[in-house]
Design a protein around this ligand. Structure first.
Ligand SMILES: *Cc1c(COP(=O)(O)O)cnc(C)c1O
Length: 349
């Protein structure tokens, strides 16, 4: 078998990290009750309560689209609306699932270059109309870190939640890469969630080293009423729940959840440092998590593809590279060397 260079088109290219894998193996040693009535699911939910230092309600879904959609549906009636940024996953990458699972709650989109919402943008949208003909604003959803890899600071989240509170809105966080934000901000998970006013978090396991799975964490536990029924109806209640739950125990008890994210962030910083300042190469966004978006001349993109590198250009035409727990420094350096060589060749007089 010839070894191909490691690819960084998506953090979902990675396999399962050893800690998550070991926990699944440990859960596979005997039979256990189904549908979440097992000791692994109870332990995993407790591990969340320990990590977040609070008595939250925790549910496990297969993927992030379901987690986001069902969480938002739980916060809304069909005549409500959800404020989000124009580049948010719920708006651009969930095939209408939030609207579908909420029976029609409308997404109200704020234009945003870096994917962040601001208190002003939220206020403008929430107060733009108050008449009966417009879907009533009910929820704000923010992505931490954003789809382009920017982190909201604790202060920014607090300011957003204060605005939400003022306007009577709930605050949801899409944390598909929540661990990466914790690694960047070096704060307690509680500091950027419930302590800062977040009501519901979708915590991504898949991009943190699991095979599959996202946790929906209700800090406002009253909002979790009947959420188990919502999951079941949506086809998101795993019968062998222990295999969705156990990996979380492995990630949290070993500390791998944070180590994996720190490593991924370090790889992004390594690529950014290596290519920043090369002729024609510009970082499209500040690198604050595990993503690097490069603005480079079109010819360089084509040459990179021709050399076998995979990347997406769906956000603003810049090339996206994403790093996961399994990224190897040698692989990052190979990519950086190719970009550097092409940049110098392409711009040589
Ligand atoms: C990956 C991702 C999700 C979840 O996507 P699924 O493919 O449904 O698991 C949600 N939000 C963001 C910001 C993501 O990057």
């Amino acid at each position: 078998m010839t070894t191909q260079p490691q690819q960084f088109a998506s953090d979902n290219y990675a396999g399962i990290c050893p800690e998550a894998w070991a926990a699944m193996c440990a859960a596979n040693t005997a039979s256990a009750p189904a549908y979440g009535d097992d000791e692994w699911t109870a332990r995993a939910a407790d591990a969340f309560r320990t990590l977040f230092e609070t008595d939250c309600e925790v549910f496990f879904a297969f993927n992030g689209t379901a987690a986001n959609s069902l969480a938002l549906a739980a916060l809304c009636q069909s005549y409500h609306s959800v404020i989000c940024s124009s580049s948010s996953h719920v708006e651009t990458d969930e095939c209408g699932a939030p609207e579908f699972f909420s029976n029609g709650s409308k997404l109200l989109v704020a234009q945003s270059a870096d994917g962040k919402l601001t208190p002003q943008a939220i206020r403008d949208l929430a107060t733009s109309r108050s008449d009966i003909h417009f879907p009533k604003p009910r929820v704000v959803t923010i992505t931490q870190p954003t789809e382009t890899g920017q982190c909201y600071s604790i202060d920014e989240i607090q300011a957003i939640s204060a605005t939400c509170h003022d306007l009577g809105l709930k605050l949801h966080m899409d944390g598909a890469r929540f661990a990466h934000a914790c690694a960047t901000l070096q704060c307690a998970p509680a500091d950027i969630t419930w302590r800062a006013g977040v009501d519901v978090l979708c915590f991504g396991g898949t991009k943190n080293g699991m095979a599959a799975g996202e946790a929906i964490v209700f800090f406002d536990t009253a909002l979790a009423t009947d959420f188990d029924y919502r999951c079941k109806q949506a086809g998101q209640l795993a019968s062998k729940m222990r295999f969705l739950a156990a990996p979380w125990i492995g990630l949290f008890e070993s500390g791998a959840w944070l180590r994996n994210a720190e490593h991924a962030n370090r790889c992004a910083a390594r690529l950014a440092a290596a290519v920043e300042g090369l002729p024609g190469v510009r970082l499209a966004f500040p690198v604050q998590a595990n993503a690097v978006f490069l603005h480079v001349p079109h010819g360089i993109l084509e040459s990179l593809s021709a050399r076998g590198w995979r990347f997406y250009t769906f956000i603003g035409g810049s090339a996206r590279f994403m790093f996961a727990w399994d990224a190897r420094f040698e692989g990052v350096d190979l990519l950086a060397e190719d970009i550097a060589r092409l940049a110098v060749e392409t711009t040589a007089p």
